[in-house]
Design a protein around this ligand. Sequence first.
Ligand code: SAM
Length: 275
Amino acid sequence: MVEPLDPGLYIVATPIGNLGDVSARAVAVLGGVAAVACEDTRVTGKLLHHLGFKQKLIRYDDHASEATRDHLLGIAASSPLALVSDAGTPLISDPGYQLVVAARALGIAVTSIPGPSAAIVALTLAGLPSDRFLFAGFLPSKDKARREVLTELAAIKATLVFYETAPRLAASLAAIDEELPGRAVAVARELTKKFEECRNGSPADLIAHYATHPPKGEIVLLIGPPGEVQVDAADAEAMLIAALATLKPSQAAAEVARQTGVDRKVLYARAMELK
Ligand code: SAM
């Protein structure tokens, strides 16, 4: 016999594209809760239908009214309540933070049923350093703000992980090419789905590729740490020549080294040859 669930808030991760990724615990919890708080009742309705459940669905996001939140907290105080997002792990660029804060403040039990999250799936695929990473959600949609975020994060010695959309990919790659030129970048697309793809290259390589192959579907954009550069020799040489037009060889070498991570002494030797 299945043990009834205790009252509380159950944060449940759901698949990011492949329904086979729903965990046995997620199924048990979704089947055992009194209600499910979700972003979109149609999306979660389909998942529950696929699992053979008919739980009550309550629409929730972090902009929901206090009355909606209080209603959910009332349920979680006396019965098991699940929180799911449209796909992946709730709270990771998805609603739930305010609900968790409020539930914990009220002493309501909160537990998390782990499962897929696009950021982690992308990090495991991308072949970029995974020992230190910084997940930074979506880059801003406005160009100036996007560049400010990239500049702010440029010196962090960790792989940077962003959520991205297909229509904005080209603009983000162009901003990365200018603000963090030569850094190793990966575009992880349609993870866990039929057309899953992870493409690596310098920002310039990827700009060229997606100019002729417009991206489709859902995307995670990753930028390797400084020093993990993917500048080919021709790129570094071109940057050095451009820098030498206005800077002394030592300054040009230092600037190109800063931008690309290529060894400053190697660049300086080449700058002296070019001069
Ligand atoms: N909470 C979710 C998670 O844990 O992955 C993320 C929600 S966020 C609103 C949606 C973004 O996640 C998409 O725009 C995309 O950047 C990324 N994403 C979600 N599913 C994806 C997939 N199958 N492949 C690539 N990226 C995905």
